[in-house]
Design a protein around this ligand. Structure first.
Ligand SMILES: [Fe+2]
Ligand SMILES: [Fe+2]
Ligand SMILES: [Fe+2]
Ligand SMILES: [Fe+2]
Length: 431
């Protein structure tokens, strides 16, 4: 790869205004779209939301007129990019179908990042979060069937398994335990910085999507399921953002934001199979190179150092989507019983202290039962079992995995027990 973003001019920010027609008119077909075109669309919406949001936040923290002028000009541009991308989703794609897309992003993106992450500790954190989003995909898949009658495979298109994972009721932690050790900005690789910022953006937008759409259904248990999983996404944002070195200056952070946008568009453009989307990725890559130019100049002027010190001289590939079934299966079978440790580390359930702070949180939140457990009860009441899409061996191992993933010290009162699960998993699901 030889693409040095700092050497590319892109399109100047003075030439990035577009008409409403150009901003809003395109959309894909939810039936024929490639699942990874949809995941790119979902992720890039999150990247643009973060770009816009970040710029508003730093605009409230600075009196640097030159910086403020750049922010003022580009906030609108980031915002228009966001609209184009988000509104690629067609009007007839339901909230639950979109939700399956969001969790497919989380699973396959996190798995890719984990395998391309040079920092072992950051990688372990990605693997930890991966299993949680994998379980969300499983819980929401039951609802997509119960509410819309769709086979979740219509969305994930055989690329991602639908399978129970670390049960969602155990994703609720003391948020202080979620805090991780930040990387050191002077030694961390650009890949690490871009990987984390990409994932933070994705998780933050997943949270926002559930926050804005969870009420769209009348079913009480589904509403509560959205509320429960949304709360986990809030924890994910806290966890992943805490990996970022907080001592980076706003100029350094701005540079990293523009570079992250460049890297993501570059990857999307390279990988895209949908012609309409590809043109947009290409155009927006050129826009972001224009943003990066200005951010790099500002960085040089204010910090008296070279942008290469922060972002290197080569493009990073943060969002390549491909089937990650094998990788996910491996993490699932070895780490389903992993929990957040007490020293910003990780521990297996049997090594947790009796006074582990997350027990209190799980007891308080799960007192009335977990909506995500009720989800499995509801579908098994109607269909004798849950929907699982995985190879036969993994399917067969599901009860054993559940037994490994449950905590002895806390189980929500409506927890599907290993016995109940073993019984239901002997049935066939009739689609
Ligand atoms: Fe942007
Ligand atoms: Fe999730
Ligand atoms: Fe998540
Ligand atoms: Fe940008």
């Amino acid at each position: 790869m030889s693409f040095n973003a700092l050497k590319e001019k892109g399109i100047d920010i003075s030439r990035q205004l577009r008409t409403w027609h150009d901003i809003a008119h395109r959309h894909f077909n939810k039936v024929t779209v490639d699942c990874y075109s949809r995941t790119r669309q979902i992720l890039m919406n999150g990247i643009e939301i973060e770009a816009w949001n970040f710029k508003h936040n730093i605009a409230r923290l600075t009196d640097d007129e030159e910086l403020l002028a750049f922010l003022a000009q580009t906030k609108r541009l980031e915002d228009a990019q966001q609209t184009t991308i988000n509104w690629f989703a067609p009007a007839d794609q339901s909230v639950l179908e979109t939700t399956l897309g969001y969790e497919q992003v989380a699973v396959d993106l996190t798995a890719w990042l984990a395998q391309n992450e040079p920092d072992e500790y950051v990688k372990e954190t990605f693997d930890f979060g991966l299993l949680e989003d994998f379980d969300h995909l499983y819980r929401y898949s039951q609802w997509a069937y119960m509410v819309h009658g769709i086979n979740p495979d219509e969305i994930v298109q055989g690329k991602t398994d639908i399978m129970l994972s670390r049960p969602t009721q155990y994703h609720h932690n003391c948020n202080v335990l979620r805090l991780r050790k930040p990387y050191d900005k002077t030694t961390a690789k650009p890949q690490t910085k871009v990987n984390i910022l990409t994932l933070v953006s994705g998780e933050q937008q997943t949270h926002n999507y559930y926050a804005e759409h969870g009420f769209a259904y009348g079913n009480e248990t589904l509403r509560e399921t959205y509320a429960e999983i949304k709360d986990v996404e809030e924890e994910h944002v806290t966890m992943y953002e805490s990996l970022i070195d907080p001592t980076e200056s706003i100029y350094e952070k701005l540079l990293l934001h523009e570079f992250t946008e460049v890297c993501n568009y570059y990857t999307c453009m390279r990988d895209e199979v949908d012609d309409k989307l590809k043109l947009v990725w290409e155009e927006f890559l050129a826009f972001e190179l224009g943003h990066l130019q200005v951010a790099a100049e500002l960085f040089k002027k204010r910090e008296n150092r070279e942008p290469e010190e922060v972002i290197g001289a080569e493009i990073v590939i943060p969002c390549h989507f491909e089937s990650q079934k094998e990788y996910v299966k491996n993490i699932l079978t070895t780490e389903i019983d992993k929990r957040l440790g007490t020293d910003k580390n990780y521990a297996k359930i049997d090594k947790l202290p009796d006074n582990w702070a997350s027990y209190e949180v799980q007891k308080a939140l799960g007192k009335d039962g977990a909506p995500t457990e009720m989800t499995i009860r509801l579908i098994s009441e109607a269909k004798k079992r849950d929907i699982i899409l995985a190879d036969e061996k993994l399917k067969k191992d599901a009860p054993k995995l559940l037994a490994k993933g449950l905590e002895d010290k806390f189980q929500a009162p409506n927890t599907v027990s290993v016995d109940e699960y073993t019984k239901m998993s002997k049935e066939e699901f009739e689609m």
